[in-house]
Design a protein around this ligand. Structure first.
Ligand code: NAD
Length: 852
């Protein structure tokens, strides 16, 4: 059984250090090694250190670790995980790699230093240790040329994207000699343990995402120059309007570094033999000019944009590429851009923009068409299937849709006709696919999503341009002949019964392949399409996950909790009681839940409908308590933003399985309220239940929860939520959100199997008026110090009253219902406050808290 218990990361620069941090996140300790400096810094000399001192010899890795601790966004899930990294150096510590299971090379992007480092690694290596490179585009095969064949069997590319904690993509690149078992093992390990989205790439220049991404950027520059567009015009077209990040084209380039961009483009330019590809990958003269001037982006303070402080304000100018001068950005709009803005969802936006008829629509059409055609040409050469390319672009470049998904959204058949009438050449396999009667690259059928896959080798070789680059030419030589299951595993490519594979005019074979082959990846959308909906209303659904477990899914706007979701929770319980073993509460929206529906609450408050407000809160509390006491197990699997009411739903579950990226917090004070759906009660209950003895002091724990709720603290990760005490130590983080529903379902079944018994109705101890006095004094000090406003102080007093259990003697035993009454009274009195209503209004209008 292979296992990765310890790792060594070599190179402690931008990527090496943050990869070590992410390994630490996954619970894997690592050695972080770098070069030994050959001179002392001024500070080291002042301290009297010498070049022999370990503090000096390890200083590159030590400094990197110090930078990690301060970095923003945080590379660690929990700052304490930094202790899992041991800094060292390549001269004194390289032998220690003999004790690790994985060595990852992350040094400078240049073939020779990588080759000589790998040769040194080989001296200390023994079979079993996996070695990989984080190269962005250097050939994996060339790196280990001349090294022992057994070593080569253990070597592959593992290409993380920056920053490794946050970017989902990891390209796994097998070399010609890599042991397929190791490729399989690392794929699973990186998915499950590191939480990454793995795309299997071929050993070709820049692999998958950077190959297509760089092409897209270069084509954009060409079209920009041809059409005389400005920097800000291009960014308006190539950002959210076509389902891409706000950084669009030029902010992305400034962030990456224009020198790095040229370097990456040159990597393809030098290797490709295709003249058409060369003309795109040759960096335009204006970009080369910018590099020569040192205008290389953010790291130089200027690139396509220049940020300056003028009269104490930050001003961002854009570069006029004709004059090579910076000037104020020009605001503009156009019908096509307005149409895209008004459309909801990436598919609709792209259709709206490209379907319009102005110069911006034409620009978007040309860039998109060229990128789609290029992506289709590269299937087979850089990755096996369109799906790999789509995933790479979504996970590595944050596109909302991959090229083939965009193509489907635009209408495959119609787009081909448009492309051809514009004189573009559409790859043969795509035309064959359509000629065989297909109208999309993806199709949902039964339980599965299928994707079109041109088969490798044989007929397709020429059509997809597989022999166009040096790396691919080599791959083609060793590629198994067409029809060999090694090239396209028979089980995966076998079309479902009754589905004719396409054999088109050029002889290329295209067939369907199942996308969701991993049973651990549950798609609620697919289950719903199959009619597995047990109950549904406007805001939520109960979906049958199979094996006796159902999933309660929120799908209201922003997944905010309103009456519909509460009703569905209530209606689900009798259904679960009758037909299921237990319940998962999870969804696959952008965020798990942004809180309760403030709009309704605010409207009722402004109309002074206090009974209505009281009913809403009672219903929330009653539903949460019923869920908590429900006789079958309930497991919540939150992800990303899980705030306010979303947290209260999770607190009512028996277990929480947060995704690693979960930002979890009771943030009600931000809108002038306190948690009113059982959140305060549950924290006080958990505090009392976690005490080591019946008379231990509740105050320290009470102070902690008061501070957590009173300051609306939000966890920076799932681990952090456990550390903060918002989740229990028995709750467990799921590294890869894609597996969360499967894991939660397994947890429900485990609890059911173990003879689940719900929490009983027990009284619990509260700190009472003594505890409340301590909390209130603390808040008053903050007020006197000018840290909080009068209204903050009012909220803090109410919060102290509720968390301490009201004006009762210390140690009083109370019921949950009593605590809920306190919570509701405090909540109602705050909703009536004009300043609270102003906070709610501000949050609804601006999306951020108002301090008043
Ligand atoms: P970097 O310049 O920040 O760090 C490189 C590190 O390697 C430095 O700490 C340096 O001291 C060390 N080093 C240099 N030469 C060495 C040698 N001969 N032997 C041992 N150590 C040496 O670079 P980076 O951005 O971290 O990139 C490292 C690797 O990761 C490169 O292959 C790069 O292409 C790849 N990569 C970078 C990014 C990114 O966004 N920066 C993203 C993905 C992949």
């Amino acid at each position: 059984m292979r296992q990765i218990r310890r790792a060594a990361v070599i190179g402690s620069g931008v990527m090496g250090a943050s990869i070590a941090a992410h390994l630490a996140n996954a619970g894997i300790p690592s050695l972080l090694l770098d070069l030994v400096p050959n001179s002392l810094t001024e500070a080291q000399a002042k301290k009297g250190l010498t070049l022999l001192d370990p503090l000096v010899r390890n200083s590159l890795a030590i400094d990197a670790l110090a930078r990690l601790k301060k970095a923003n966004p945080a590379p660690f899930y929990d700052p304490l995980f930094a202790n899992r990294i041991t800094p060292g150096n390549l001269e004194d510590d390289l032998h220690k790699i003999a004790d690790v299971d994985w060595v990852i090379e992350v040094i400078v992007e240049s073939l020779e230093p990588k080759q000589s480092l790998l040769a040194r690694i080989e001296e200390h290596w023994h079979p079993g240790i996996i070695v990989s490179s984080n190269t962005s585009g250097i050939s994996i095969n060339e790196m280990v040329q001349g090294l022992d064949s057994e070593f080569r069997r253990h070597f592959l590319g593992t290409h993380f994207f920056n920053p490794p904690r946050y970017m989902k993509l990891l390209e796994v690149i097998p070399g010609d000699d890599t042991d397929p078992d190791i490729v399989e093992f690392m794929t699973k390990f990186c998915e499950r343990r590191l939480g990454k989205g793995v795309v299997r790439a071929k050993d070709t220049p820049n692999f998958v995402a950077n190959r297509i991404g760089t092409y897209g950027l270069l084509v954009t520059l060409q079209e920009m120059m041809a059409g005389g567009f400005t920097v800000e015009e291009v960014d308006a077209v190539t950002g959210p309007a076509i389902g891409r990040p706000k950084s669009a084209t030029f902010r992305t380039l400034d962030l990456v570094g224009i020198d790095t961009f040229v370097h990456v483009a040159n990597n393809v330019l030098e290797k490709t033999r295709d003249e058409a590809e060369k003309t795109v990958f040759r960096a335009p003269s204006m970009v080369v000019d910018m590099v020569q001037r040192g205008w290389i982006g953010e790291k130089a303070g200027q690139g396509f944009y220049r940020k300056q402080r003028v009269d104490g304000k930050s001003v961002i100018d854009s570069l006029n590429l004709r004059a090579m001068e910076y000037g104020p950005q020009v605001k503009f709009t156009a019908p096509s851009l307005e149409a895209a803005k008004a459309a909801r969802g990436a598919k609709a936006k792209i259709r709206a923009l490209l379907g319009a008829d102005d110069k911006y629509a034409r620009l978007a059409r040309s860039i998109t068409a060229r990128t789609l055609i290029y992506a289709a040409e590269k299937v087979g050469e850089i990755a096996d299937s369109p799906r790999d390319i789509d995933d790479a672009m979504k996970w590595g470049f944050n596109w909302d849709l991959g090229p083939f998904e965009i193509w489907d959204a635009l209408g495959l058949v119609r787009t081909i006709a448009d492309m051809e009438s514009a004189g573009m050449v559409v790859p043969a396999w795509v035309k064959d696919w359509v000629a065989a009667g297909h109208t999309s690259f993806y199709e949902r059928r039964d339980v599965h999503t299928l994707v079109a896959v041109p088969e490798l080798g044989g007929a397709l070789g020429g059509a997809a341009g597989a022999a166009e680059t040096a790396g691919a030419a080599k791959a083609a030589e060793t590629a198994p002949p067409a029809g060999n299951p090694g090239a396209a595993p028979a089980a995966e490519t076998a079309p479902p019964a009754g589905d004719p594979s396409a054999t088109g005019s050029s002889g290329a074979l295209v067939s369907w392949r199942r996308v969701d082959e991993a049973p651990e990846i549950v798609s609620l959308a697919a289950l719903k399409e199959q009619g597995r909906v047990v109950a549904r209303n406007s805001g939520s659904s109960l979906v049958d996950l199979g094996d006796g477990v159902a999933c309660l899914e929120f799908h209201s706007p922003n997944n905010a909790i309103g009456e519909d979701i509460l009703v569905m929770i209530q209606q689900s319980m009798p259904l679960i009681r009758k037909d299921f073993e237990g319940l998962v509460v999870a969804n696959q929206g952008r965020n798990f839940c942004v809180g309760a529906n403030l709009m309704i609450l605010l409207m009722e408050a402004q109309n002074e409908e206090w009974e209505e407000v009281d009913d809403i809160i009672r219903m929330f509390q009653h539903t949460m308590l019923a869920l908590k006491r429900f006789e079958k197990p309930v497991v919540a699997a939150p992800h990303r933003m899980t705030l306010g009411g979303g947290v209260e739903v999770c607190l009512a579950a028996d277990r929480i399985l947060p995704a690693a990226e979960t930002y979890f917090g009771l943030v009600e004070v931000g809108v002038g309220l306190i948690p009113g759906g059982g959140g305060c009660k549950e924290l006080a209950y958990r505090l009392a239940k976690s005490q080591p003895s019946p008379d231990s002091d509740l105050q320290p724990g009470l102070n902690h929860i008061f501070e957590t709720v009173g300051m609306a603290k939000v966890s920076t990760s799932g681990h952090d939520a456990i550390r903060m005490g918002l989740m229990a130590p028995t709750d467990r983080v799921v590294m890869n959100q894609d597996f969360a529903i499967h894991e939660a379902k397994a947890e429900v079944l485990r609890l059911a199997e173990q003879g689940y018994a719900p929490p009983t109705e027990e009284r619990f101890r509260v700190a009472g008026s003594d505890g409340k006095a301590v909390l209130t004094m603390g808040a008053y000090d903050m007020f006197l110090g000018g840290y909080i406003s009068n209204h903050d102080l009012l909220i803090a007093r109410k919060l102290a009253h509720v968390l301490a259990g009201g004006d009762v003697p210390a140690g009083t035993m109370v019921t949950e219902e009593y605590m809920l009454d306190l919570e509701r009274e405090a909540f109602l009195s705050l909703v009536g406050e004009p300043k609270t209503q102003a906070r709610m209004q501000h949050m609804l209008a601006k999306g951020k808290p108002l301090r008043n």
